[in-house]
Design a protein around this ligand. Structure first.
Ligand code: CTP
Length: 442
């Protein structure tokens, strides 16, 4: 049984948080609920008391356990919804109510699930606060895109309660907290017996600072190759895994550039973003940025072929029964990166394979790892709709000899943390003062 502090901020999404409390309790954990005064407008103390949340007080001087006691006893602190105001207070280190005082006094990992109107989320002040919190190792989860209160929609929706519970339970696993679920998950029986990473995905605390001062370029999404002005060849990549890697790298202290190929998701606060459409544009932007990077992660799904001569006008059907498009190969970005890389730079490739069995996917991934020579190759089996566009992923992480470094099944963020961990273990040691000399701007 782990001890969890569940902070509740004053937003409409508070009405979904009792579901999180129930799920964490059902998993056998002890949960102390600390609602802010404003949140009691949305969900009253009676609800939390009825559900058995243990310390339902808002003020520092209210009856019940005090902030120091709560902070000392916590294995994990979760705040949902994290409002703009609450995050501003946390970023400023304020301690003007029981929740903020507990957070300030607590050294346990802190997970925030923001929810607010899109304009408030995008406001420079909020983004700066999010970046500050992340730079301190706080796990700030990107809000979802969708319907908000009223008629508006956009980024700002709180992550759904089921997903919050899953992330929190995964986090407890990763921390090896009492009562975690044990193994983080398995991705089936591969040639070498593909186990889960178990407790090896040390998150936030271990990762915080692991990439401090490093520059990381992450490509994300999928390229689009124009056929004519209205049509293109594309793939199913949403960019979620690449964005999660950017988040994990930021949380580990890196400076991050996301090169986004047709990604609808927002890049995490604190990361730079460059948008591209085609493989040729991605090639140019990536090679340019790689010059100043310590790590380049090629998470984008790049078209291998592009129409040889895209039509300038819309191609009419014109009574035809078939149409042949001639395709030509796109530049091999990963190959060019590896050919030109500076000494000590780490390059990560991906291999999305389609079986038919997981062992086949792994075997092909191993062959690709050896043939391409990236420092790490992240292999996943994307048959039967797995991987693309999903919140979860299951991967093997291989070294340049095709040897398995790790296997991880979980949320894309957990997979991202496993990749960051494998990278940080491979980074060449850096002498003092060298980081200033290597300051090449992305
Ligand atoms: N990649 C790239 N440039 C391309 C195509 C792919 O840099 N034109 C990168 C991808 O971003 C990924 C890795 O190469 O990190 C492997 O992609 P994949 O399509 O699996 O590799 P291919 O060599 O094209 O293998 P296959 O023959 O299986 O398509």
């Amino acid at each position: 049984m782990a001890r969890i502090v569940l902070g509740v901020g004053g937003g409409i999404a508070a009405y979904k948080v009792p579901g999180v409390l129930r799920a964490l309790q059902s998993a056998g954990h002890q949960v102390s609920v600390i609602p802010t005064q404003a949140s009691l407008e949305f969900v009253g103390a009676a609800v939390w008391n009825a559900l058995g949340g243990e310390a339902v007080a808002s003020g520092v001087f209210d009856a019940g356990p005090g902030h120091i006691e709560l902070a000392r006893g916590a294995d994990l602190v979760v705040i949902a919804p994290a409002t703009a105001n609450l995050m501003a207070r946390l970023a400023a280190g304020m301690a003007d109510d029981l929740l903020s005082a507990t957070v300030l006094a607590c050294s346990a990992p802190l997970l925030l699930f923001p929810a607010m109107h899109t304009q408030m989320w995008r406001a420079p002040a909020t983004q700066a606060n999010v970046a500050t919190l992340r730079s301190r190792g706080v796990q700030v989860h990107e809000p979802g895109v969708g319907r908000l209160a009223g008629r508006d929609s956009g980024p700002g929706r709180m992550v759904e309660p089921d997903e919050i519970s899953r992330i929190v339970l995964g986090e407890l696993d990763a921390l090896g907290a009492p009562g975690g679920r044990g193994e983080a998950g398995s991705i089936g029986e591969g040639a070498e017996g593909v186990g889960g990473l178990g407790r090896g995905v040390a998150y936030s605390q271990t990762a915080a600072g692991a990439l401090g001062g490093r520059r990381v370029v992450v490509t994300a999404g999928g390229t689009r190759e124009p056929i004519d002005p209205v049509r293109y060849l594309a793939n199913r990549s949403s960019g979620r895994q690449g964005i999660a890697i950017a988040q994990a790298a930021l949380a580990a202290g890196a400076e991050v550039l996301v090169i986004a190929a047709n990604v609808e998701l927002e890049a995490p606060a604190g990361a730079e973003r460059v948008d591209v459409e085609t493989a040729a544009e991605l090639h140019k932007a990536t090679l340019q940025a790689a010059g100043g990077a310590d790590i380049v992660v090629m998470a984008a799904a790049v078209a291998d072929f592009t129409p040889a001569s895209p039509s300038e006008a819309k191609i009419p059907r014109g009574g035809r029964e078939d149409l042949t498009l001639r395709l030509v190969a796109t530049p091999d970005i990963l190959g060019d990166l590896l050919a030109r890389r500076a000494e000590g730079q780490l390059v990560v490739g991906f291999a999305a394979e389609t079986g038919p069995t997981e062992a086949d996917s792994l075997a092909r991934g191993k062959a690709k790892a050896r043939a391409k020579g990236a420092d790490l190759t992240v292999v996943n089996d994307v048959s039967a709709g797995r991987g693309f566009g999903q919140p979860d992923n299951a991967v093997w992480i291989l070294d340049r000899d095709g040897q398995q470094v790790a296997a991880c099944a979980g949320s894309k963020r957990q997979v991202a943390d496993a990749i960051v961990q494998a990278l940080s273990a491979r980074l060449p040691a850096r002498e003092r003062g060298e980081s200033e000399q290597q300051n090449l701007h992305l």
